[in-house]
Every structure is written in C-alpha cells, then in structure tokens.
Design a protein around this ligand. Structure first.
Ligand SMILES: *Cc1c(COP(=O)(O)O)cnc(C)c1O
Length: 229
C-alpha cells in the first residue's frame, strides 16, 4: 500500500444506493419517493460533495457547522437548490449560524437548545424543519433525549416553543441489533403523531426502510471511508 486514497466513483455509488433504497422501499410496500436519501458528506473534501451534486443529488448531511459552511457556501452558490441537514450535535452558541445555513436540524435533544432555537426563530421569523434526536440505546456518552423523556420533550418543543418538529432521529449503538432501535423510534413517533423518521446508515439503511424510515443518512457507501483527521 502506498497510502494513496482509493479512487471513489461517487456517481456510481449514488446510483447503487438509490437502487437499493428503491428496492427496499418496494419490498416494504412503500414507494421509493417515500424515502429521502441524505448523502452524508461530513469529513470529505468539497470535491467529493461536488461530484454528488453534479450527479444530480441535492440532499446532504454534515455534522459540524464550521465545516459545513466552508464546504457548502460555495457549492450552494452554484447549486441553490441543494439542501443541508445538520446531523451532529449543536451547541447553543452555534444556533444562529446553524439556522442560517441548514434547511433541517436533526439533533434537537435538550431544553436549552429548544429554547435557543425558539429565540432565534422569533428573531429571524423562520425556522428549519426539526427532528428530535432520541438516544434509543440510552448510552450515557451519546446525544439524544432518553426514550422515557421523549414525549415530554416533544411536547415542550411543539407546545411551549412552537417549534416545527417534523420527526425523530436515532443512531443505534454500533454493537446492537438496529431493528430494535428502529422499531422503538417508530413507536415513539407514532404515538406523538410525527411522520418523519431519520434512521439507517450505510450498514443498515435497508432495515431502517423496512421499519418506516423516511430519511436515511448514508455516508461511507457513497463517498468511501472518511479520511482520519
Ligand atoms: C456519519 C454519520 C452518518 C453516516 O454514517 P455512514 O456509516 O458513513 O453511512 C449517519 N448519521 C450520522 C448522525 C452520522 O454522524
């Protein structure tokens, strides 16, 4: 090995993931357009993200506000219809910048953040679509509201803060059967009348679609392994 990065054909990978998504949706009795593919370009150079936009893809996920701004402000100047989802933790001091940049924020998970989002939406008169992140594995080090607190937190966001919560998001523990977590997330969404379900990554997006995912977040299967920092 000479350490050179492997060549990645982003357009071909995208086509493969989209075909697998459509097949999984059909197998679950759903239509392909019921599932939005969020192409996770975090950790990759702008050139790789650009390859996906040039191949016609328009919905992307990033996990850091600063990195997303550097990569996407120029790309969005050329492709104004590109849509950005924040899929990483959001600090309250970054709320203003995140709301200016992202179309969807998938990681709403604590009262202080909900209050900050409400304050900024009152100031600017609009708010991105929001997903509440649920820590379905109840992992202490992980972001997300515990399942037992989800109903109350969703109510706080919607009723107290009037925030546009459209769904729930989860990241199952890597060493557990993801289906259990997808089922749990779907159950919490159902009893709260939420239509959106952001779940499933490169290793398990077909399972997630079977359990009702409306948004899958796929990075590695499209862009290759993320370079180590
Ligand atoms: C990185 C990341 C993904 C993409 O994971 P892959 O395994 O590369 O598909 C999805 N969701 C979140 C929240 C992530 O941080």
């Amino acid at each position: 090995m000479d350490g050179a990065p492997p060549t990645i054909d982003v357009a071909a990978n995208l086509a493969t993931v989209k075909a697998r998504t459509a097949a999984a949706a059909r197998a679950a009795g759903r239509t392909a357009d019921a599932v939005t593919l969020v192409a996770v370009s975090k950790g990759h150079a702008a050139a790789r993200a650009r390859a996906a936009v040039e191949a016609g893809h328009r919905v992307f996920g990033e996990n850091r506000v600063q990195e997303a701004a550097a990569k996407w402000l120029p790309l969005r100047a050329a492709y104004p219809d590109a849509r950005l989802h924040l899929i990483g933790p959001l600090q309250t001091n970054k709320v203003r910048e995140a709301m200016a940049l992202f179309d969807v924020i998938e990681t709403v998970d604590r009262p202080r953040l909900a209050a900050a989002l409400a304050g900024e939406s009152a100031r600017i008169g609009r708010c991105p679509a929001l997903f509440v992140e649920v820590n379905t594995g109840e992992e202490p080090q992980k972001a997300g509201v515990p399942p037992a607190d989800a109903d109350a937190f969703i109510a706080l966001c919607r009723d107290t803060h009037r925030l546009p919560v459209v769904g729930l998001m989860c990241i199952p523990p890597p060493d557990e059967e993801p289906a259990l977590h997808f089922a749990l997330l779907a159950d919490i969404a159902r009893r709260n009348g939420l239509a959106g379900l952001s779940m499933g990554m490169s290793a398990d997006f077909e399972t997630a679609i079977r359990f009702g995912a409306t948004h899958i977040r796929v990075g590695t299967a499209i862009f290759g392994e993320r370079p180590a920092h």
